[in-house]
Design a protein around this ligand. Structure first.
Ligand code: V07
Length: 252
């Protein structure tokens, strides 16, 4: 049963916080619809990305309150390099802006920041600010906030495969030892448990090269709401829906 705890925030306005039982340990989100949200309002696409970043902050806060252990957010895919240069330049500054604005709040909330994806080919200024955020939060043991940045699942599997072959060749591992657990260790998500729940916004029902291996047993939840309009209440709707589902992991 969920408990309702009314309290007053700084603006003296009563708000409700709702604690949900059986929350997923790990929630992954495809934050789709930022560009469309902006275009529909006659704004440049980057305005949608900026608004989307503010939603990230709110959902991180809610995830902390719900005691979720891992939140993985698809921020930039390996395919996103095909976008116009100006849009890419703007996107690559968002980690910097996020850190400048919200790093103190992340630290206060005991959030640890991590990324998955091909890190080295990101712009130097982006890498610097992310490395700083990781360094400042590495001791935190609350929510793991995992940004998928320059991430592509097939690329991840290709890299893992090459490394496995290399290690077999070097004698670091024996071919006969290779099993699912070993393969999982070669992925970017090496120490992170698989997502229990995948949320995708903006009405698309695709994986778009996101966590193909890791989502094998996840529950999927979709909404037509575009990411800049996503909020705590809709997030709780997804968590409550997850709570009702029976997971079988292929068994009966
Ligand atoms: C990005 C905002 C959310 C909507 C989807 C795309 C745009 C936060 C970050 C971020 C990444 C790493 C980090 C701190 C913050 C981010 C990109 C895009 C590329 F350490 N939001 N956000 N990075 N968007």
């Amino acid at each position: 049963m969920s408990k309702w705890m009314p309290f007053f925030n700084k603006n003296e306005k009563e708000i409700q916080t709702e604690k949900i039982d059986n929350v997923p340990n790990h929630v992954a989100i495809i934050m789709d619809g930022n560009g469309r949200w902006a275009s529909e309002r006659g704004l440049p696409r980057i305005a949608g990305h900026k608004e989307g970043m503010e939603v990230v902050r709110r959902i991180v806060k809610e995830a902390v309150e719900q005691n979720i252990k891992v939140l993985t957010l698809y921020a930039f895919s390996t395919e996103n390099w095909k976008r116009p240069k100006r849009e890419i330049d703007f996107l690559m500054r968002l980690p910097i802006e996020f850190s400048n604005k919200y790093l103190p709040e992340m630290i206060e909330n005991n959030v640890r920041i991590k990324t998955i994806g091909e890190f080295d080919s990101l712009p130097a200024h982006t890498k610097r600010s992310i490395s700083h955020a990781k360094e400042k939060t590495k001791q935190n043991d609350g929510l793991l906030l995992n940004f998928a940045l320059n991430y592509g699942s097939r690329d991840e599997i290709v890299r893992a495969t090459k490394q496995v072959i290399q290690d077999v060749h070097d004698g670091t591992i024996a071919e006969t030892d290779i099993d699912e657990a070993v393969i999982a260790k070669y992925l970017y998500t090496e120490d992170v448990p698989d997502p229990d729940l995948l949320i995708r916004t903006s009405g698309e029902h695709r994986l778009s090269n996101f966590l193909l291996w890791q989502l094998a047993y996840a529950e999927f939840w979709f909404t037509d709401v575009m990411w800049p309009d996503f909020n705590e209440q809709i997030f709780l709707d997804a968590l409550k829906d997850y709570q009702k589902r029976k997971r079988r992991y292929g068994g009966i």
